[in-house]
Design a binder for this molecule. Structure first.
Ligand code: 0WD
Length: 254
């Protein structure tokens, strides 16, 4: 059986087996869920397909959140394949790595808009597409970071985007609450992934968290995955609009 038996969910943002989305996907499957994955273009297709096979996941096709047609195609595929959806994970963010270093004040308009489009607006448009499929209620989960709350070196425009994403969680929670669709975020501590490698001095940030967090360790994809199961299963049925830190407690000291 398992905590997620009978639940079907779409997980966006698996780039490889170090992605946070992969940690959440694996935990969901371990607890009995059926999942679907997408890939961003041909380059990621060959990395995602073997992971999908390993997790017994349906592959819902190419998904680039800046291309509405690809999103329409993914949701049409889910509607055909399952006819409904119980949960959705959004683990997607992007900013030009040349601007994830140095001063925030130097942010260009182009990168500001692109960062907000991919990292913030995408969650809202995906929520809109998921709503008609969540006929028995549902759970939406996104990933954020402490740089939304406090100034973190080099996080810059991504911190501004995460603050907007966290506000989106609250507005979406109100809009979708009447349909028993819950909307929450996990604020994960730093984890070495492809996206994180674009952030300046990331190794130093990892060490800093390890030395200073209450648990004296950085978090793993597995730990974020297990917390994800709480939000995506009925265990958290009374919780929505929440930003929950899975960061070894760093936010109470940092
Ligand atoms: O320390 C970390 N790694 C933390 C990450 C701490 C706290 C939060 N997060 C967040 C990230 O900001 C992101 O929202 O977790 C989420 C997942 O990030 P990740 O697991 O760290 O990174 P990664 O494995 O690289 O997955 C992010 C993926 C992309 O990978 P690349 O490396 O190409 O950026 O987001 C996807 C893509 O697969 N992505 C897109 N998907 C569809 N359309 C797009 C797009 N336009 N752009 C990026």
């Amino acid at each position: 059986q398992g905590l997620m038996a009978g639940k079907r969910g779409l997980i966006l943002g698996v780039a490889n087996n170090r992605s946070i989305a992969y940690g959440i996907a694996k935990a969901c499957v371990d607890h009995g869920a059926e999942i679907a994955l997408t890939y961003q273009g041909e380059a990621f297709k060959k990395r995602v397909e073997p992971l999908a096979a390993e997790l017994n996941a349906h592959v819902a096709g190419h998904c680039d959140v800046t291309d509405p047609e690809s999103l329409d195609a993914v949701f049409a595929d889910i509607a055909r394949h399952w006819g409904k959806l119980d949960f959705l994970v959004h683990a997607i963010a992007f900013s030009d790595k040349d601007e994830l270093t140095g001063r925030y004040v130097e942010t260009t308009r182009d990168n500001f808009l692109r960062t907000m489009d991919i990292s913030v607006y995408s969650f809202t448009t995906i929520a809109k597409r998921a709503e008609p499929l969540m006929t028995d209620g549902g759970s939406l989960l996104t990933l954020t970071y402490y740089g939304a709350e406090k100034v973190m070196p080099h996080y810059n425009v991504m911190g501004v985007a995460k603050a907007a994403l966290e506000a989106s969680v609250r507005y979406l929670a109100v809009d979708l609450g009447a349909k028993k669709i819950r909307v929450n975020a996990i604020s994960a501590g730093p984890i070495k992934t492809l996206a994180a490698s674009g952030i300046g001095d990331f190794r130093y940030i990892l060490k800093w968290n390890e030395y200073n967090s209450p648990l004296k360790q950085t978090v793993t994809q597995e730990e974020v995955g297990d917390s994800g199961v709480y939000f995506l299963s009925d265990l958290s049925r009374g919780v929505t609009g929440e930003v929950h830190h899975v960061d070894s407690g760093y936010h109470v000291v940092g």
